[in-house]
Ligand binder design. Structure first.
Ligand SMILES: Cc1cc2nc3c(=O)[nH]c(=O)nc-3n(C[C@H](O)[C@H](O)[C@H](O)COP(=O)(O)OP(=O)(O)OC[C@H]3O[C@@H](n4cnc5c(N)ncnc54)[C@H](O)[C@@H]3O)c2cc1C
Length: 413
């Protein structure tokens, strides 16, 4: 079967679904393809911290209603060193901005519902997806569904198929520059039916390694423990998980770790990865297809959202204003923000984790850095404004004072 659309989208994760939705609002048609089933992607637990800009984008796109009702708005986070906790007041430090805790799988459900309600096309459980003729005006996507072969002729293709997708690897050899760093540890991620120990996220640097105490709702806690990158999950029975979390949190009377049923656990290796440029011919890469961050700064999902904001802007310029310069500008615009989030995720990872073989001096460096950051207005503000997310137009050439003013003016929108 042959089909035609303006933008063919490979992958129905946050990047692909939000791109389809933003394009639809500008009157640009698309077809999205997803190799997993709808139920699978609607229940896949991954990220859960939304930057202010992501919240604003979802709101402005008309898919923020349930997020506004059920999301948990946080105005602070805590950094803990050896059991001593320091609070960062995000609201005061960023002129009123905040983060919202709302699971990625909930964002996915909202976007799928919005697409299908608007008559949008998403093909789930497709197989053998491939992309062709990327450097022509009529790139194509081929796939199989229920054993039948299909081809979509497009004006553009959105490569939103995550880090193991086929779009990035379909770009000819020699076009992409690859930047990569693997960290010598992974995160054991745990989802548990228990009240989170605090209303805000607690990032812990402890001699035994990093831990993060987060949540998905007031009854469901999301926990992470620094572990070996190739850790066997069998090494982590539930009792050991709770014991280790308690040690790394350094529980005192103001805080209590409540044990509960562990619903899910899994190990994710940590790496920083970026390809440049984020486009080739008529193929745009967006989200994890183009870059990976260590999850310490909670940036992966948020970068997927900002990439597709820029991609939708470029495609709208092309289709609605016949602006031919909009398309080549996409990669530079997206990368300017990607690198700032990559830098922040790397620096928070370096500050909060224990590196094997680094010796006692590394821990002293970390303690000195934290002591400096916590006693410097500039240090605190730098962490806070990166954590809540830099504005989407941050990379535009404006003096710092004007940027701060714009951030404050946009606060709480
Ligand atoms: C296992 C895992 C755990 C994570 N945990 C956290 C976390 O705890 N905290 C945090 O902040 N961030 C986390 N992240 C990062 C965050 O979830 C990602 O940055 C975010 O999902 C990126 O969105 P995306 O749409 O670019 O990619 P994805 O969400 O990966 O979406 C890509 C989609 O494309 C589909 N696809 C792939 N190949 C094909 C194909 N050939 N044809 C059709 N469809 C295809 C995939 O099934 C998927 O649905 C995690 C990521 C992963 C992979």
């Amino acid at each position: 079967m042959n089909m035609r659309t303006q933008v063919g989208i490979v992958g129905a994760g946050p990047a692909g679904l939000l791109l389809a939705h933003l394009l639809d609002r500008c009157g640009i048609e698309s077809i999205a393809l997803e190799d997993r089933g709808r139920e699978h992607i609607e229940n896949r637990v991954r990220a859960g911290v939304l930057e202010q800009g992501t919240v604003d984008t979802l709101d402005e796109a008309g898919v923020g209603e349930r997020m506004r009702r059920q999301g948990l708005v946080h105005h602070g986070i805590e950094l803990s060193f050896n059991g001593r906790r320091h609070r960062l007041n995000l609201r005061e430090l960023t002129g009123g901005r905040a983060i919202t805790v709302y699971g990625q799988q909930e964002v996915i459900k909202d976007l799928i519902n919005a697409r299908l309600d608007a008559g949008g096309q998403i093909f789930f459980e497709v197989e053998e997806t491939s992309v062709h003729d990327l450097d022509t005006d009529a790139p194509k996507i081929r796939f199989r569904k229920n054993g039948e072969a299909h081809e979509i002729t497009c004006d553009f293709i959105g490569g939103c198929d995550g880090s193991h997708g086929i779009c990035r690897s379909s770009i000819p050899a020699g076009v992409l520059n690859v930047f990569e760093r693997a960290y010598p540890f992974g995160w054991l991620g745990i989802l548990a039916q228990s009240k989170p120990p605090s209303e805000e996220l607690i990032y812990c640097n402890h001699p035994r390694g990093f831990a993060l105490f987060s949540m998905r709702s007031p009854e469901i806690t999301r926990l992470y423990i620094q572990c070996e990158p190739d850790e066997e999950i069998a090494n982590w029975p539930d009792d050991r998980i709770w014991q280790e979390l308690e040690l790394r949190l350094g529980v005192d009377e103001s805080i209590r770790l409540e044990e509960g049923t562990i619903l899910q656990k899994g190990v994710t290796p940590m790496r920083s990865f970026v390809v440049e440029p984020m486009q080739f011919g008529r193929l745009f890469l967006a989200g994890d297809a183009a870059h990976i961050v260590p999850p310490t700064g909670a940036k992966g999902l948020n970068l997927a959202a900002s990439d597709v904001h820029y991609a939708a802007e470029a495609l709208t310029g092309f289709f609605k204003r016949q602006d031919n310069d909009a398309i080549p500008a996409y990669s530079d615009k997206a990368l300017a923000r990607v690198w700032k989030s990559e830098r922040f995720s790397w620096s928070l990872t370096m500050l909060m984790h224990r590196f094997p073989d680094d010796g006692a001096i590394a821990a002293r460096f970390q303690e000195a850095e934290l002591d400096y950051l916590m006693h410097s207005e500039a240090g605190l503000r730098s962490i806070a404004e990166n954590y809540v997310g830099l504005p989407l137009d941050f990379a535009e050439d404006r003096p710092a004072g004007a940027r701060l003013h714009a951030m404050q003016a946009g606060a709480g929108r």
